[in-house]
Design a protein around this ligand. Structure first.
Ligand SMILES: Cc1cc2nc3c(=O)[nH]c(=O)nc-3n(C[C@H](O)[C@H](O)[C@H](O)COP(=O)(O)O)c2cc1C
Length: 182
């Protein structure tokens, strides 16, 4: 099962990127996780949507070819980061690669609320007519990781909090079943 991941932070030592790497190692053999690049996407420009730059083409192709998409993102000012919104705006036009695509949202933050406000916005965006992703239903399936500095190993960057890892295992299984059912 090919799972393409978008990480909403461009920071080198991003906790959200570290979560991706932890998952890529931990679920090796179970799912094939790869990352899609959003750093090189230009600002969305409607004049270019029919003849987009190569980076946009590659980004859209990676989403189109995925069985499911993970969006792992921090919260910026109570919403999702601009780079992530920009990527979703590109994806929402012309070939609309998210329509019907199974998506799971996860987020890591230093604060206690674990990106809940960003994820609420993200769910609204993913329901927009040009996107219409099939997001893993809420009700126990939100992965909101707060207090990141207590849960990740400073040396290796890996998520090491046992309770969080066990929770993540069960949510990844839920997503795999969801992808199979869509
Ligand atoms: C521009 C900006 C806005 C932020 N806004 C929020 C916020 O609204 N809520 C929150 O919990 N953390 C906020 N933070 C703190 C982030 O949770 C923290 O920087 C986190 O480490 C970012 O994720 P990353 O480690 O993957 O880069 C903000 C950080 C930045 C740089």
């Amino acid at each position: 099962m090919k799972i393409v991941t978008i990480v909403g932070s461009l920071r080198k030592e991003s906790y959200n990127m570290h979560l991706f790497k932890t998952m890529q190692d931990r679920y090796k053999g179970k799912i094939d996780m790869e990352i899609t690049d959003i750093r090189s996407l230009p600002h969305f420009d409607q004049d270019e949507e029919n003849t987009p730059p190569q980076a946009v083409k590659e980004f859209k192709e990676s989403i189109a070819s995925a069985d499911g998409v993970l969006i792992i993102t921090p919260e910026y000012n109570w919403s999702i980061p601009g780079v992530l919104k920009n990527a979703l705006d590109w994806a929402s036009r012309v070939d609309k690669v998210f329509i019907g695509k199974p998506v799971m949202a996860l987020g890591v933050t230093l604060g206690m609320l674990g990106t809940v406000r960003a994820q609420m916005h993200l769910r609204e965006i993913l329901a927009a007519p040009g996107i219409q992703a099939k997001i893993l239903p809420p009700g126990g399936n939100e992965v909101l990781i707060g207090l990141a500095n207590q849960k990740f190993d400073e040396q290796t960057g890996q998520l090491v909090d046992e309770g969080t890892l066990r929770f993540l295992d069960s949510k990844v299984d839920a997503f795999i079943n969801f992808v199979k059912s869509v």
